[in-house]
Design a protein around this ligand. Structure first.
Ligand code: COA
Length: 428
């Protein structure tokens, strides 16, 4: 028997057989359900896309109940243990782990594109000294579209690959320049002898030494954090990337929009918000009162809860282990004790347990970033760097999917019925 869903419309007594595929029915199949032939037909109403699949994807798999995250089928734990960010970004973008030759070519391509046009520097210099790094980052990424007008050739596979390379190669430079601008230090050129993360640290932290040598533990920790943040299926910013990309605009403009979505405190801005929350709580003795306010709905426990994960976020587990390694080098972040105590209470408290609220990726990542010397407002930028790989992979998949079209949701209109324009003097 075919997998179908039988719907009876009590208004007409008519029955409809709706095919089920992959545990899903097609919303368009509901359009046939109508009382009169000239009616629009049945729609689904799903604010915030709680239960709507907007695409088919082969990139990332999440099982939120079991706490499983796979990139192209590979468990995140294995990638965090054995891979590095450039290899993982290749996997995410092209579907398979690269051979030695492919990886060498990919790494060379990326290093060949790390330099930024001098005018990008000038552009960044125009920002105020205290501009939020994420505002600068997303503006600079958007501005790149004007430097690479060839990026408009979105149906040329070679051109798409070039833009992927350019973006992945250049976002660390933009992030580093943004940081140096804020602290009033000169921009540092990329050092292509270093790894992707090592070079990023170089562009951020190099002072007067002739050659910057990244600390291997911090370099690896940053690389692992990049692996963990590289993709996360159809989250808000990725959906924005796909939505904007569906208009066929160039990928720089679409990515600026995705970065703007990431900026929000409910998304990539959460790691920054976690640290602000810990600072505000201030000390261990204030934790019970804080938890009380959270349970009363007056506050949110930032870094907790997730739309998809209803168990411990697998990335948070890896980050927690990473934090120990980093703190051995940098010294313990004094906020760690408070974070651990919040987690301990939340994992036992009925409010959090019944709502299945567990630490997410942002709960511990900020503590590591802070220990490594990053100011709080750089945190979302550190999220955007690796997520660029995921955004580009999802953009490519969307563009090459014959089922996709310009994204355009429907609405249920709840406004006025038609009425006549009233002259100004007659309005009350
Ligand atoms: C991630 C997040 C936006 C998901 O939101 P969502 O799927 O829309 O879930 P909801 O907001 O509907 O939350 C469900 C319930 O849990 C509560 N809840 C969710 N996250 C909470 C949090 N961090 N602190 C306290 N309560 C929380 C909600 O108040 C709601 O309770 P209710 O049913 O009594 O009204 C949300 O958990 C959140 O705001 N977390 C903090 C920000 C954060 O860490 N974001 C990073 C995500 S990687």
């Amino acid at each position: 028997m075919a997998d179908t869903l039988t719907i009876t419309d009590n208004r007409t007594g008519k029955q409809y057989e709706i095919p089920i595929q992959d545990g899903t029915i097609r919303a368009m199949d509901l359009r046939q359900i109508k009382v009169k032939p000239d009616e629009f037909g049945m729609m689904t109403y799903d604010p915030a896309f709680m239960n709507t699949a907007a695409c088919k994807s082969r990139i990332t798999f999440i099982d939120g109940d079991k706490g499983i995250l796979l990139y192209r089928g590979y468990p995140i734990e294995q990638l965090a243990e054995h891979s590095d960010f450039l290899e993982t970004s290749y996997l995410i973008l092209f579907g398979e782990l690269p051979t030695e030759t492919q990886l060498a070519e990919w790494s060379r391509d990326i290093t060949m594109h790390t330099m930024l046009h001098e005018n990008i520097k000038k552009f960044l210099e125009g920002f105020r000294y205290d501009a939020h790094p994420m505002g600068m980052f997303l503006s600079a990424v958007g501005a790149l579209s004007t430097f690479y007008p060839d990026a408009k050739n979105i149906f040329d596979a070679e051109s798409r690959r070039l833009q992927m390379v350019r973006l992945i190669a250049k976002v660390p430079g933009i992030a580093a320049y943004v940081y140096r601008h804020n602290i009033g230090r000169p921009f540092v050129l990329p050092d292509n002898e270093l790894s992707f993360s090592g070079n990023f640290l170089n562009m951020l932290f190099k002072m007067t030494e002739l050659r910057y040598k990244p600390h291997p533990v911090l370099e690896r920790a940053l690389d692992v954090l990049f692996i963990l943040h590289a993709d996360h299926e159809q989250n808000c910013s990725t959906s924005v990337m796909r939505n904007i990309g569906s208009t066929h605009v160039d990928p720089y403009s679409a990515l600026a929009g995705a970065a703007a979505a990431l900026y929000g405190p409910l998304h990539g801005g959460a790691n920054e918000a976690v640290l602000r929350m810990l600072n505000e709580i201030g000390s261990m003795q204030n934790i019970p009162a804080f938890i009380k306010r959270v349970k009363a709905g007056e506050e949110r426990l930032m870094g907790f809860g997730h739309r998809v994960y209803k168990s411990y976020d697998p990335r948070a587990k890896i980050i927690k282990r990473m934090a120990d390694l980093v703190f051995e080098v940098t010294g313990k972040n004094p906020l760690l004790e408070m974070a651990l105590e919040l987690e301990r209470i939340a994992l036992e408290d009925e409010y959090f347990v019944s709502r299945r609220l567990y630490p997410n990726v942002d709960f511990y990542s900020g503590l590591i970033y802070q220990a490594m010397g990053f100011p709080l407002d750089m945190f979302p930028v550190l999220f955007a760097i690796p997520r660029t790989a995921g955004w580009m992979a999802q953009w490519e998949e969307m563009l090459t999917d014959p089922e996709q079209k310009i994204a355009r949701p429907r609405q249920i209109y709840t406004g006025s019925a038609p009425r006549d324009y009233a002259a100004r003097e007659k309005r009350r």
